[in-house]
Design a protein around this ligand. Structure first.
Ligand SMILES: CSC[C@@H](O)[C@@H](O)C(=O)COP(=O)(O)O
Ligand SMILES: [Zn+2]
Length: 213
């Protein structure tokens, strides 16, 4: 039997503080309505600090964050991790450089996901803010944000994300139809920058659609 993992409380608290700070900021913008959204940070190579399911993500305290392994199983706690923890740990498993994953439910994210569910993709081009996504150096690039069908079956969603990544196409975030967005970064700051950029790009796209009706 392997020894049970005993979390370093200081390290876990440091992750929890960063997650709670991000949650307060994103909640204040109205992107985490009605306990929706979930957040995580890499704790070490094999573990992730993640929000406990059902908590108000705009008012998180240190007790609202728990540890899971890279399969999404709770570590050293009976608490239940966020409903979509499998989508978080998938990214940490696939890319060891990822340090934070953010999922929110803003109105723009949800409305855009419904509008583009049919095409399965939003392609941004010509926006300076595309450069806020790591690796994009010009507004002349094409930045794709896929829209996957919503389901309560997390392994099914994990499979769709895996299929996209396995095809070799770049992926910096995705929408889930009628639901919200996932994005990530090497640090919490980078994940937040990506989230803000996608939110702005979605808002701009929706506004242009309104104006050109
Ligand atoms: C409150 S409905 C939203 C949930 O179903 C889910 O999508 C979500 O974002 C939050 O789930 P949670 O388990 O609290 O992390
Ligand atoms: Zn959600």
């Amino acid at each position: 039997m392997p020894e049970p993992m005993i979390p370093d409380q200081e390290r876990l608290a440091a992750c929890a503080r960063d997650i709670a700070d991000a949650g307060r900021d994103l909640g204040a913008r109205g992107w985490t309505p009605a306990t929706s959204s979930n957040f995580s940070m890499r704790y070490d190579a094999d573990h992730v600090a993640v929000t406990i399911s059902g908590r108000d993500k705009g008012r998180l305290g240190l007790d609202d964050i728990m540890l899971v392994d890279l399969k999404g199983a709770a570590v050293a706690t009976q608490a239940r991790p966020s409903a979509e923890t499998l989508l978080h740990v998938q990214m940490y498993r696939r890319d060891p450089t990822i340090g934070a994953v953010l999922h929110t439910h803003s109105l723009n994210q949800t409305v855009a996901s419904r509008l583009y569910a049919g095409t399965g993709l939003i392609r941004f081009s010509g926006f300076e803010l595309q450069k806020a996504i790591t690796g994009y150096t010009t507004h002349e690039s094409e930045l794709d944000l896929p829209v996957f069908p919503n389901t309560q079956d997390m392994p099914e969603l994990v499979e769709r994300v895996d299929a996209w990544l396995d095809s070799g196409k770049p992926l910096h975030g995705y929408l889930i139809d009628g639901h919200g967005i996932y994005t990530w970064g090497r640090t919490m700051a980078e994940a937040k920058r990506h989230l803000e950029a996608f939110e702005f790009l979605l808002a701009a796209d929706l506004e242009l659609r309104r104006l050109s009706r």
